[in-house]
Design a protein around this ligand. Sequence first.
Ligand code: PMP
Length: 408
Amino acid sequence: MRLDEQTRPDFPILQRIVNGHPLVYLDSGASSQKPRSVIEAMNRYYERSHANVHRSIHTLGEEATELYELARDSVQRFIGAASREEVVFTRGTTDGLGLIAETIGRTLAKDDEIVVTELEHHSNLIPWQLVARDRGAHLKAVPVLADGTLDMAALDRLITRRTRVVAFAHVSNVLGTITPVAEIVRRARAVDAITVVDGAQAAPHLRLDMPSLGCDFYVFSAHKMLGPTGIGVMYGRRAVLDSLEPGRGGSEMIKEVWIDRAQWNDLPWRFEPGTPPIAEAVGLTAAIEYLEKVGMERVGEHERALTRQTLEGFARTPGVTAYGPPVSVDRGAVVAFAVEGLHPHDVAALLDAEGIAVRASLRDAADAPARRRRHLARDVLGVQLAGRGVAAPGGGRRAAFGAVGGPR
Ligand code: PMP
């Protein structure tokens, strides 16, 4: 049985009929839907065990703490971290990247350099812009080549003795490019720079193993990998976490407090101020268990097949241009494409009429005749297009949206 046929009944929302059609959800890159096991685990937690963690000495407090810390063990196993102390819970990828930027930012001096790439989601660009501005540091970006891969020769030129941070995505949310994490880490480490990997689009798709990636930080969100919103993970290499002062303050991250100073808590709680997302941690455990049961290898195989089918379908479809690495390259299951003469909103509206949930880019308008739009959308549907919005490179009168399915 195909993976999607096997898993579809596990997702209650997919029982919805939208505009007379069984719902097809292709916007997982923005946020995935949740299997019943995740929803039920969170309900059970609220119905039976809710209390605050690490402070309440009663049955519910102990249960909540145990469940919250169990989530840390699940994440450690899922990402192959060397120890549970390396797993810090955040509110999501953006929150984790912000926390890292603020924390490392305080250690930067004027004229230090931060290297990012042109592939970055804004969540891995803006925090570094703010840090560069505040510290008088310089921000540089590794260019993307025509085939959607990073210009590794340029990376060598951009990394200098002054480079303190190299921050980059594992999988691009626009082009689907998988970046050579271990190789970039090796080059960054040669100048003692800290490496920060945005794994938002990788964690739901690839089997992760932190020691073999070798990076100092790796962040992702639960809501893109079948888990709830409001929780994410910041993996930090023990030696680096040990060397850093906490970025943010509040209860939970301190052991003892005086008016003028405090003693920081142990890892990982030192980086978790305030009441954490407890029910969400329970949901994340259930999501990880679901993914582990399916098997990340199987998830990967299914997505590679979908990506191949999509790219080959695009190649046969007149008026459609796909961007990003070609089918022969190992790439993620995001396919950016442009449909000549078509506005993304028109395509989204047509797909919505077919009960297919997608998100269209608001950029790059075009006003093709309605019949042509409908015809092109059918072509698009015919190649099993899935979708999240991207803008067509170059703008003009092209429109773009799209990506392929699977949990993302
Ligand atoms: N980085 C990448 C590569 C992403 O795709 C996303 C979500 N689209 C984010 C960061 C931000 O994730 P979140 O909104 O969960 O913080």
